[in-house]
Design a protein around this ligand. Structure first.
Ligand code: ATP
Ligand code: MG
Length: 200
């Protein structure tokens, strides 16, 4: 029997948008994953005074966005932990849920993967999973060459048609009353307006 293959899609998701959903679906297909688990980040203590959206609301938007996809799941593991979570701990926890018998693929965009050297315990993290690096406009995956070879060998580049969508841009658009339609699922758009997110 072949091993279970699990994708992990981590992010702030403030809010979730089609960029996230497209790379998760592409990874599911490309790497024959059994499922992709979306893991919204908890609210980091050092961001308490900033305008970032409360974790339960970000998680709710993820739930709305993935509801129609049977192979997408939501995990509240980071939301329910107090304070900041490190990917290395999250991946270890998910691996353990599968009795360390699943192959884990950590799905990222080009910007996130290029930062991996700044993450906590990158070596240990890369020993527990492979990384999927998706194309993202404005970020050059050729820079992966600069990473140490043992790291690079754990990273699979996934070319997707670049989608120049970011949560930052969506937040600005809402604030400036410009449209966000077609950048994210309608249910998420409605949630943002209903709870008046990103107004200031
Ligand atoms: P923000 O602007 O607030 O940083 P974001 O759009 O970058 O938001 P994140 O929650 O930071 O979204 O990203 C989660 C993951 O999704 C990261 O690995 C990021 O690289 C990836 N990602 C986000 N948007 C895209 C996109 N348009 N194309 C490819 N990857 C993306
Ligand atoms: Mg980001």
């Amino acid at each position: 029997m072949s091993r279970t293959r699990i994708g992990i899609m981590g992010g702030t998701f403030d809010p979730i948008h089609y960029g996230h959903l497209v790379i998760a679906e592409a990874a599911w297909y490309t790497f024959s994953l059994d499922k992709v688990i979306f893991i919204p980040a908890g609210s980091p203590p050092h961001k308490r005074n900033s305008h970032s959206t409360a974790a339960p609301a970000r998680a709710e938007m993820v739930a709305l966005a993935i509801a129609s996809n049977q192979h997408f799941d939501l995990s509240l593991i980071e939301v329910e932990r107090s304070g900041f979570s490190y990917s290395v701990d999250t991946v270890a926890a998910i691996a353990q849920e599968y009795h360390n018998e699943a192959d884990i693929y950590f799905i990222t965009g080009a910007d996130a993967v290029l930062d991996i050297g700044t993450w906590r315990q990158p070596e240990r993290l890369l020993s527990m999973c492979r990384f999927v690096a998706a194309t993202r406009p404005g970020f050059d995956l050729a820079k992966l060459e600069k990473l140490p070879a043992p790291w690079r060998n754990k990273i699979d580049v996934m070319e997707i048609p670049g989608l120049d969508i970011s949560s930052t841009d969506i937040r600005f658009r809402v604030q400036e009353e410009r449209p966000i339609k077609y950048l994210l699922p309608e249910a998420v758009e409605e949630y943002i307006y209903k709870y008046r997110l990103y107004r200031q």
